[in-house]
Design a protein around this ligand. Sequence first.
Ligand SMILES: NC(=O)c1ccc[n+]([C@@H]2O[C@H](COP(=O)([O-])OP(=O)(O)OC[C@H]3O[C@@H](n4cnc5c(N)ncnc54)[C@H](OP(=O)(O)O)[C@@H]3O)[C@@H](O)[C@H]2O)c1
Length: 330
Amino acid sequence: MNKKIKWGILSTGHISNKFAKALAILPQAKLIAVASRNLSKAKAFAKEHNVIKAYASYKELAEDHEIDVVYIGTPHSFHFDDSVLCMRNGKAVLCEKAFTINADEAREMVRIAREENVFLMEAMIPRHIPLLKKVMQWIKDGKIGEVRMLKASRCARGVFAAGARHLDPSLGGGSLLDVGVYVISFASQIFGKAPIEAIGLSHIGHLGSDEQGIAILKYDKGELADLSFALRTNAVDEAYILGTEGCIKIHEVFAVPTKASLFIDNLEVETLEEPIIGNALNYEAEEVMRCLQKGLKESALMPLDESIEIMEVMDTIRKPWALRYPNDKE
Ligand SMILES: NC(=O)c1ccc[n+]([C@@H]2O[C@H](COP(=O)([O-])OP(=O)(O)OC[C@H]3O[C@@H](n4cnc5c(N)ncnc54)[C@H](OP(=O)(O)O)[C@@H]3O)[C@@H](O)[C@H]2O)c1
């Protein structure tokens, strides 16, 4: 039988709590340590999630020899530093989306993973959702012919506490990196290549970050993606994959869906339904552990070069916007 994989969680915010709950339902996972910038927060998290070790610094967690893999749940602006800290200490890393702030950081992070010969993966949930895997099979089977267009939306009107990371440019806040990354990553998955053109418009709100945006991507054979993303605007978050012979609708919420429909000539001819088990983060944790058990250094479901390409597309889209992050070189 495969040995248990020992996890550490770096930071104690919203998504780290969800990730701890996800690990709790996986028999092959053991969450053994958590770190916070603040010992009392680490201890409270450890108590709630039944974790043995609570550290008062991320460095102590990175240096713990017992840990196999670290989950990075800090704001985007720290993904590079926190992932590198862990990888330089020989740890495998699952890093939250957006992978980094910009493509420069992404390229360097991947270079370091390869230099250290450690596993690294961007935590992009949709890649691991069972229903979306079946949708990808529909496409491979030619059910909609040649894929020509994609329309996808990832929008919500969030209620954020004062100082929350979501719209704070100093923490990489804004809709493009926070939720736009889902639709851009989805376009990359559907078309299986990088776009030849990427343009976008956004509204920069009073906090100095993009509250909503639209991106259009064009691919080498004329394929197009029409993508919307927002943190302060309501929407029905569906996706439509349009082909020469038919169309696939992924019902709300497209990033974590349970239903997809196949339309031929505007008639629904097939439906897929598949429940989400757990809180969905368990699927990506399972993929990490599958890769670690096999000695793989990256996952074919979210390849590292593709994570870099996605950051390059987002850099291109936001270049004309009045939006620069502290981590940007120019
Ligand atoms: N996959 C998903 O479904 C999903 C959903 C939500 C968020 N995310 C991603 O997860 C990351 C964290 O999001 P979140 O919503 O969990 O954020 P959050 O609730 O604000 O938590 C972030 C944590 O990062 C740590 N941190 C370190 N330096 C910080 C700083 N200067 N300011 C604020 N926090 C700092 C803090 O932990 P300590 O105080 O313990 O050090 C904090 O609790 C983001 O990159 C986001 O895109 C993913």
